[in-house]
Design a protein around this ligand. Sequence first.
Ligand code: GLA
Length: 730
Amino acid sequence: MKKVFVFSALCLAVSVQGLHSENRTHVLSSDNTSLVVTTNDGGAAYYQYFGPKIEDSDISGFFSVNSNYTGHTLPQFGLWSSGEKALAVKMPDGTMSLDLGMEKMERVADEKGELITLTFRDKVYPFAVRQFFRRYGGTDVFSTWTELANESKKGEVELLTFASASVPLTRDNNYLTQFHGSWAGEGMMSEERLPDGQSVIADKAGLRNAFGSNAGFMLSVGGKATENSGEVFGGNLMWGGNYKTKIVAGNHGINIISGINEETSAYTLKPGEVFTTPEFVMAFSQEGKGGISRAFHKWGRKYGMTHGDRLHDVLLNSWEGVYFNVDQDVMEQMMSDIASLGGELFVMDDGWFGDKYPRDNDHTSLGDWMVCKKKLPQGIKGLTDAARRHGIKFGIWIEPEMVNTKSELFEKHPEWVLSQSNRPVSQGRGGTQAVLDLCNPKVQDYVFSITDNLLTENPEIAYIKWDCNADIMNYASPYLPKKSQNEIYIRYHQGLKSVLDRIREKYPEVAIQLCASGGGRVTYGLLPWFDEFWTSDNTDAMQRIFIQWGASHFYPAIAQGSHVSASPNHQTGRELPIKFRFDVAMTGRLGMEIQPKNMTERELEFAGRAVAAYKEIRPVVQFGDQYRLLSPYDGPVAALMYADESKDRAAVFAYRMDYLCDQAVPKLRLDGVDVNKNYRIRDLTPADPSRPSNLDGKLVSGRILKYVGLNVASSLGRPYASVALSLTAE
Ligand code: GLA
């Protein structure tokens, strides 16, 4: 017999065949997606469903036809020990098993949406788990994570496996899309049919955990998904350190176990201590991979980054223009140039600091965050004054987690470096770079003080580029006791987060860029404290098409630092027209990274027009929905577009990456338009304003744009040709 008790508007209690007698069913629903979890008082909790939205009235029918789409929400080791687990601990008496029973379920509406909290307690040991399920308001993104509490008065509990999530997914001809790479070649996409058994996406860099592989992945259900069709699950982990996601495809379904990578990285809970695992964020789309990306972009702007609702400035960064050769005159010349091109911010990169050891190259000075008086006799004030005179904002580069062994800081505090007294310090960039021990609260205070001093002494600093050019090399903390040495990977990140919390609390307005030798930290583990990331040190617009394509799968355009640099490009040596370089950089947060003094008159004239054109479409690019149209992996033309929420304004970009005479070029079918509107097309960046694209000025219906498409073959009729178009509904 089926019993249904109304528990709350969205929370029903049903008796389910195959489960324990009194199971309560909890439904969290966004506009398009539902998550269904059942709990059993005194027992376990099970996932029942995560997919297209279902109504409360569907629930009893759901259970009458469905009894096997269930997975324990937190499979634990010890009593039913076979298979992969999300949680394994060692109790003070050596017991390795857990037997959690649910004590309490709470459901609240809060400023972020809705939150369900399940509290479990072990039936024998003083150990509790709180498991959270969040629906993020105004988005289709959900999340789950846990708190693990050692409630004993004296014994320590060792955490051996402590994943944030263990989420089941329907097994049905699934395809896994993931992103791998390295320095200057980040975010390369691969898509393969999910094999039987385990697939693992993991990274163990310690700090730059987005180079080797990104924590964001997609899994289709029921065949390969396209950009606009097919069912897709998207997941990502909000942890900036080592992570591991295991996708276990067995005969009965798929289980996705994701969390901090526990390899060589355990954690011991002291009596009374609570450990919080990072959030696993997830979405489900019936609109293909593009649907997952748009859900994450919307969520990212609202919850996953700082200032996702504020337009980001067009900037000039000094790095590729002058490298370490900064001084008052050249900085001022660059400020004057970017101001005259219509830019809004100038960022002085590396090279400005060091007193005893001036920072003339990458061998010295990290840690000595005082102005190099020889280069900048008027100090930072001289620069902020100059920026004010030129009517732009000023930003500055720091790399606060690091030290060079040739620095005053290292001479004073060698014990602040991650290293072991009886072994040599491993040294990275420049042969002298080492990592500060952020496990140590004194080092945390010091790292906080770097930003704090800069901003209190120079309140006009509007932007900070926070860099990180090393990984954890010497795995040893002089601060942590011997028995806690296996906690460095975790404690470092806890320390870093507490520094970032303090910075954000005191300086909520300042813009901060997350950089790690380029895209080493393209991660939602750290983005919540930052305004954007530096997508890659590779500024070659051709390769950037691929790198930005990869990043766009989870991270919004407003967060992607994307700069126009010199030709030939400094990383690849490739020569590209200025138009192509701008048309690529305009799809993210546009900037320049070049010495304007070395640009030709024609390039400068074009740059001024392109900056103005970008400002026109900036709200569409930075706040709009992105549609990837033609993949650079599939043919000679890559294309993408952005549209605002009302679909009244859009911007379209297409690039000719490869050229063979009379080669087939697919039409550009604009998925992001409203078929019921008519759009006026305008060429945003004609190379010669008197000869815009043949599409300029045309009024075309959304139906034609979407179903027939634009023929861009002639506009893209040579290598490295590109078009940037704006569409305005009339
Ligand atoms: C890293 C960054 C670059 C630049 C240099 C400065 O490589 O990714 O953008 O800031 O450091 O040393």
